[in-house]
Write a protein of this length. Sequence first.
Length: 164
Amino acid sequence: MRLLRDVLESWVHPRAVAARRIATAEERRLLGWLMLALLFAAVAGLAGETRAPPEADVPPEALAAGRLLGGLILAPLFFYALAGLSWMGLRLCGVRHAQGRAARAALFWALLAASPALVLKALLQGAGIAGGVAAGWLAAGAFLVFWLVGLLAVLRPAGAIDAT
């Protein structure tokens, strides 16, 4: 329940939650955050596919299987690589105390914290209500803001994280 509370609190106090989560994150939790966020994204994508016109030669089950395969098997590799690139970028900018784990935590927490917007997008698309595109832009913007806030928390030395 604490995870859900922190995800929702991230929409109100993103800096405090990101600093607290990044400071205490363990590698096994990071992988859990990433997989949970990717599961939300995969399920949100399935909602859009159910409303789309069917492909001529591809059954819907194959599309769903492909989305789940890509979302839960291949996407983690991409996000681990992206986290590594962000860590190298921090190091190139002179942030010598930045750790790879902290860069991964900032990225993976941002993905998980932005997932409620993906769920909203899926609900709107699944119900056929206008606003799915706006919710998609909201999710992308929230992800970028949460990631930036997390990276800013990484910029501070370990003893200087202010979680207020």
